[in-house]
Design a protein around this ligand. Sequence first.
Ligand code: CA
Ligand code: CA
Ligand code: CA
Ligand code: CA
Length: 276
Amino acid sequence: MQVVRLITRWMTLRIRGGFSIATALTVTAAFAADATSQYPRSLHGFGPWKTHALGIFVGTEDNVYHAGDVNGDGLDDLVIFSADPSDIPGADSDVYVAINQGNAFAQRAKWHDWFAVGREVPLVGDFNGDGKCDIATLIRSEGDGSAQGDVYVALSTGTSFGPGTKWHDWFCLADQVPLAGDFNGDGKTDLVCFTRGTSADVYVTLSSGTEFVGMGGSALWHTDFCPGTAIPGVGDVNGDGLDDIVCFMRGSVAGSQVGDVYVALSNGSSFGAVSK
Ligand SMILES: [Ca+2]
Ligand SMILES: [Ca+2]
Ligand SMILES: [Ca+2]
Ligand SMILES: [Ca+2]
């Protein structure tokens, strides 16, 4: 239960804006269940929870749900990446948005027609720093040779997502886990990649507002963090405006303490010492 409580605190930090604490707790319950199974496509892939709680979407685990303020009104909205065409008739790799009206979510509307195909990993963040959350997709190793490692971003216009453009040429492959956060605190969302496994390296690529550093760059911000199949997270846990990294240990790494949660704070150019 300690893990659930800590995840709850973390998710409450992450789900700011229009979501109530009760909602965050409900999300946490679904997330905690996810944490016991295979790592989900996205840490924010809440699976069927919102389907049932909100009655907006008909979905399965294949769809990915994110929270983010896509229209810039200060309230976090819902973004659904419909990877499974069987969930919503005719919806194959569409992106839907349900705007947060303060006390309810509006009916979903399609904001993009072809994004985050198959097992690509979609993320949400304000990548150009204009106050409206955008979408990114990491192809990882899903595409052919030339597409491997590509990252595409589609910027929010406030009423839709624009065309996807390539922002990075080589970031996060295979089963490595990407997440979004503003690690240098400049208002533009960056990407982090956790290699996990035995190397457990943590790479960051910073957003310039129009691309991720030089399209092909990334920097090693930490080593030996989130080994094996531990679950990484991102959030500004000390409130200094720089997003930090969190690791939820599970029982699958020999010698690890089941239920431990580790944090490494961002100093703007790397992640510092790990503390439990
Ligand atoms: Ca909003
Ligand atoms: Ca934006
Ligand atoms: Ca940034
Ligand atoms: Ca911080």
